[in-house]
Design a binder for this molecule. Sequence first.
Ligand code: DX5
Ligand code: ZN
Length: 217
Amino acid sequence: MKHLVAPSILSADFANLQRDVEMLNKSEADWIHVDVMDGVFVPNISLGFPVIKAIKKHTKKPLDVHLMIMNSDNYLQMFKDAGADNLSVHYEACPHLHRTVHAIRDLGMKAGVAINPHTPVNVLQDIISEIDLVILMSVNPGFGGQKFIEATHQKVKYLKQLIKTKKSKALIEVDGGVDLKNISLLVKNGADVLVAGNTVFGSKNPNETILHLKESK
Ligand code: DX5
Ligand code: ZN
């Protein structure tokens, strides 16, 4: 499978959100990555339902919603109603992960599980065949524009192996610090989806940068 690129809306200009979403619509972006932070699980607060609904109104691209919040179970239906296509929760924030991922699927969304940089891939072994997506965090979640953690390359390899062993169909998404230099090795090692915030929105020509990320081999 050719890798997918998911620009992170966290790095967009929130005062010109419609403009930035329309730029993504015209680009080669596959998904729009939407980071939801609650100020409890992570030391930052980002955006919530009204903003997700506003994005949904202006795009047909799938919304890839990444929850960095506690008590996700209370809000799954609301994220569905706001327009989430993929909904990922954190392993570290979900004591009843199996129930949570099935509730996400029952609502008709693709279910993802995100793991922090310190969390080993093998904690996913008993859930990997029941999820659609794993988000490997390649920075500590909470902020855009951070430095890529190199150990992620090895985790992509481990995860690819686990997916194969368990005959899972889960996609591997790498989130944080992805740029035009590290993307090739990530793809080579098995990453299917690359999130990019600062690399896209911090560049002179975001549209062209997305194309370069798509064309990386
Ligand atoms: C970090 C978020 C990321 C972030 C990526 O907590 O989950 O999705 O927006 O941004 P960059 O690509 O700038 O690291
Ligand atoms: Zn994210």
